[in-house]
Design a protein around this ligand. Sequence first.
Ligand code: GAR
Length: 191
Amino acid sequence: MSQKTKIAVFASGSGSNFEAIAKACLAGELNAEVVLLITDKPEAYAVERAQKLGITTAAFSPKAYGTKAQYEQAILDRLQASDVEWLVLAGYMRLVGETLLQAYPSHIVNIHPSLLPSFPGKAAIEQAVLHGVKVTGVTVHLVDEGMDTGPILAQEAVRVIDGDVEKTAEAIHAIEHTLFKETLHSLLTRK
Ligand code: GAR
């Protein structure tokens, strides 16, 4: 088997997508290795998940840096020290800036819980339910300088269940964990 692609997963919250990807790598479903969990929130539950899986966490607090460029440069130094090839955003609730975009052109992937371009930004599931749409979904896309913009790689529709955020979120997360893994597999095996 060819050498495993080194990826870093970025997460700010619970980290269920991070865990799904890390487990897929460990199970050999993805020919990749999660070499780092990068977080902007040292208290995120994702950090605990990483500990359990034996994955190194690097936490960077944006407030500790004068500018976004300095914050991202510190992250970049850490990524380069581990020879990271792809960045996978899994609930990383920050806009990626020029420093990382230039260092990883077309090598940053994000997952978002809506059918983009509908409902970008925070609380996408709440936005969709409040709007009264009957179908929402999940999008995996390459990252550019915009908020949840960039070329779409994969989408899957999910029905809004009983106009209920929690029930719909549960269905969305289940789809996310599979769609992210499958899309990364296609991306990492394409010639
Ligand atoms: C996921 O639903 C992901 O799509 C979303 O954050 C959640 C993280 O869940 N991302 C965004 O909204 C990006 N704009 P997780 O921490 O359990 O993986």
